[in-house]
Ligand binder design. Sequence first.
Ligand code: HSE
Length: 309
Amino acid sequence: MDYLKIFSPATVANVSCGFDSLGFAVDAVGDEMTFTKTIEKGVKITQITGANLTYDVDQNAASAVVKKMLLEANADFGISLTIHKGFSPGSGLGSSAASAAGAAFGANQFLEKRFSELELTKFAMFGEEVACGSQIADNVAAATYGGFILVRSYHPLEIIKLPVPEELRIVAIHPQIEIKTKDAREVLPLEIPLKDAVTQWANVGGLIAGLYAENYELIGHSLVDIIVEPYRKKLIPYFDLVKNNALKAGALGAGISGSGPTIFALCKGDEIAEKVLDAIKNNYENTGIEATAFISKVNKEGIKILEKI
Ligand code: HSE
């Protein structure tokens, strides 16, 4: 193989109650990346469209991952990359994760798929660190594995793939302000009261039980975040308005996607998802903030191969 084109999905991390431990992949939004094998060793980026990102191979999340993998595999060839961002960095939809996970997946195709999904997730976490300073797994594991995932443990890394109820739909709105993950982590408390921890872990359990049982009501009751959302919502203008409108229109639950500012809602079925989209898509009109909204299914396969030569 000399050439590969892939789609790497956007992801929703945290999923309300599961800070740093739950995530799912989105079908409707993502990046396209191409990989071309070169005789010259090493990695280079020949084109980036859709966002203003660095071409410095050690600073760019995608090229840094490819470089590390080629070195570890002692490859006798190189890879040249193009990246088309389908959504903005700083949106809360796992932009650097899509690049990092896509890079790991793509490079692995040229390395006879020697690395497992878990190993690819670790390489992609390195890319996350290059982009935003921390090795967080929830977005990159969701992009790599597809569907809904639980990061059951970080040390050692353990990823559990969870079931995706058939009628589950995502509605999301992205107000065009940029929130850096690093900043959104700095507003969080270092300690939390035990009673809040009890509420939160009970909701994580409820959400996972709801996914296994396809119990949409239980999923809805469990999509509650009393620990992170109260701090981070202050960074997102009109968060309460959007969330309340989504719930009034029939969403099962709504919250902050990753570190924001995108707000996501989960819904049962297309009809309710359309109603929720209608209820929130114009919420930023006349506020001076541009916003884009979309409906999507959960992406069950993760990264997809679009072309291979
Ligand atoms: N779990 C991470 C956070 C996702 O919320 O900070 C963003 O990378």
